[in-house]
Design a protein around this ligand. Structure first.
Ligand code: PNS
Length: 163
């Protein structure tokens, strides 16, 4: 069985992430979407909230599991005996950062963890979790950015009630 991990912050989950999740779930027998528990960042949603949102958003994808992890991705992947990490690339600006992480992970894992990049579908290439947060914080329209059920959860975090 071929499995892969799609690690990320998913704070919040966007249509860009969903695009990568659906396409990788088509390629692999099993996809584990895993939320990084990063104690250095102050996220909008707690890890538990993000896991819950991802589970709801992927309930129609039977080969997708949602988990969280702390520490190094290579250790987490090793504990699951998984050798592929998935990352989405939106533009060349993502590339340098992603290349460095992918190469570090490959080296640190002794060649056991490879990173597979999927290019984000063009319609979502502009999307980022940080821009979604900024737009929502100013009461802007995020309906083209995140799944419907996530929209009110985001506004709620900014204390915004929309009619
Ligand atoms: O959605 P993000 O924030 O761009 O995801 C980044 C993520 C979670 C893939 C990356 O920060 C990560 O894997 N962090 C875990 C720590 C680690 O293994 N770092 C790689 C060595 S530099």
């Amino acid at each position: 069985m071929k499995s892969a991990i799609y690690p990320g912050s998913f704070d919040p989950l966007t249509f860009g992430h969903m695009d990568i999740i659906r396409r990788s779930a088509d390629i692999f027998d099993e996809l584990i979407v895993s939320v990084l528990n990063n104690k250095e960042k102050t996220p909008l949603f707690s890890v538990e909230e993000r896991v819950k949102i991802l589970k709801e958003a992927t309930r129609d994808l039977p080969n997708v599991k949602v988990e969280s992890f702390s520490g190094l991705l290579i250790e987490y992947a090793k504990s699951k005996n998984i050798h592929v990490a998935i990352r989405g690339l939106r533009a060349i600006t993502d590339f340098e950062y992603e290349l460095q992480i992918a190469q570090t992970n490959h080296k640190l894992s002794g060649g056991r963890l490879d990173t597979m990049f999927l290019t984000t579908s063009l319609e979502y290439a502009y999307l980022s979790s940080s821009s979604v947060k900024e737009i929502a914080s100013f009461n802007g329209d995020i309906s083209q950015c995140v799944p419907d059920f996530v929209i009110p959860l985001i506004y709620e975090k900014f204390g915004i009630r929309r009619e």
